[in-house]
Design a binder for this molecule. Sequence first.
Ligand code: HEM
Length: 441
Amino acid sequence: MGQQCWIILTGDKVIGDLLQKRGGKYSSRPPNYYFYQILTRSKGFINGPYNERYKMLAPIMLELLGQRAVKENSDLIDSQFCILMQNLYRASMSTDCNLYPKYYFQLASLNIITILCLAKSIKDVEDPFYKEFEIFTKSYLELIKITNRLSDFFPILRLFSGNKLYYRVIKERRIIEAFYGRLIEEVKNDSEEKPCFIRRLLHKVDEKILDELDIVYLTNDIFLAGTETVSSSLTWITAALANNPQIQYKAHQELDQIIGHSRLPSASDEPNMPYIRAIIKESQRYCGPIYLGVPHYNEEEDEYNGYHIPANSVIVLNQYGIHMDGRRYENPKEFKPERFFGITESSAVLANGNYQNRDHFGFGAGRRLCTAVHMAELELFLGISRLLWCFKIENASPLGKDGKPTPIDLEKAYVGATVWPEKYQIKFIKRHDNVENVLFG
Ligand code: HEM
C-alpha cells in the first residue's frame, strides 16, 4: 500500500515458519509516525519496535502480566467475576430485564486492570473514573484508526493533512499524560502504600531503569489492551450462546455434573470442564475481538519458499482469514465447540508449540504473542463458566416471521482496534434457586 510493502499471512504454516521459527526477524512493529513517535513519544510497548528498549521492557511487562503474576492475582480476578455475576443478577431481576451486557463486561475488565494498576476499584458505570476512561478510550481509539494512518503509507500526505492531525495527536497526548500522570500521583500519595503495578514501576524509576513517562505509556497499553479485548470477547460469546441454546444446554449439563448447585466454578475446575473450554476456544476462533492482529515488521530482507520478502515490510497476521479457512476448520461459519474436543492444553501452551496443533491464532504469534495470554484465558474461563452456571441466556431480539426471536447477526461487526458485535438484547434467566444464595450468601 503506497510506498509500503504489505504481506498478509493467512496460512498456519507460513505463520509458524515466519513469525515463530524466524521470530528474530519478524518481531518488530511498523514505524508509526503519528501514533507511536508523536502520540506516545516512542514510549509505548505494544507498538514499539523490536529493539534494545523492547528487550528491556518485555521482562518488566511479563513480571506484571505473565503466568506467575496471574497466580499471584488470581483471588482478585476471581472476586471481580463474582461481582460481575452479582451485577448481572441484580440487573436481570429488575422489571425490564432485557440487557445489552457490554457495559457490565467493560466494568469488570476495567476494574481488574484498575485494581492491579492502582489498587483502587470503580463502583459502577456511573463512577466518574469509568466515564472519564470511556470518553478517553473512545477518542483515543477513534484517533488511531487506520484511516488516520494513511500518511504512514503515503508520506506525501503529511504535507497536506499533517498539521491538522498533528495537533489532534498533540491534544490527545496531553490528555493521556494528564490522565495517567494523575494516577501516578495518586499512587505516590497513597499513605498506605498499597501494592500495585504503578508502585512497582515507580521502584524502577528509583532504580533509574524507567522514567515517569514510561509509566504513563506502559500503563496506557495495559489499560487499553486489558479492557477492550476481554470485554469484547465476552460480549461476542454471550451473543453466540444466545443464538445457540443447545450449546448452552450441554454446558449446563457439564456444570451441573462437575460443580453442582452449591458453589461457583473456579479456576481449578478448568481441567475438568472440556465443554466450557471448547466454547471459549471456539469463540476466540469464530468471533474473536481482533481481526488482523497487531502488525509485525521485518527490518531485514528474507527469502521464503521462492518469494523475496523485502526489508521493512508490514506483516499482517490475518486472524479472521485463517479462522474462517475451511481447510483448517470444517464449516467455519458454524459456531461448533465440538471441533475443539480432545484439546486439553491452553491457548498459551499451544501458541508456543507446533503451528499445526494451535487451537486458534487470537493471541497472535511468535515473540510478540499477547503478554497477558494466561490472564486473558483465566478471565474468559471465569466469565463464561460463571455466566453459564448462573444463567440461561435468552435471545430477546424482536420476533421474526416464524414467531421466534431473530438470531443475533454475528456477521455484522464494528471494526476498530477491537471488533464489537452489533448492539443486541438478551435476557439472563437464573438457572436454579441457589444462584442468589451462592452469589450473595
Ligand atoms: C481475549 C483477550 C485478548 C486477546 C484476544 C489479545 C490479543 C492480542 C494480540 C493479537 C496481540 C498482538 C500479538 C502479535 O503481535 O502477534 C496482543 C498483544 C498484547 N496484549 Fe493481548 N489480548 C488479550 C488480552 C490482553 C490483556 C488482558 C492484556 C493486559 C492486561 C493484554 C496485553 C497485551 C500486551 C502488553 C501485548 C503486546 C505484546 C508485544 O507487543 O510484545 N492482552 N494481544
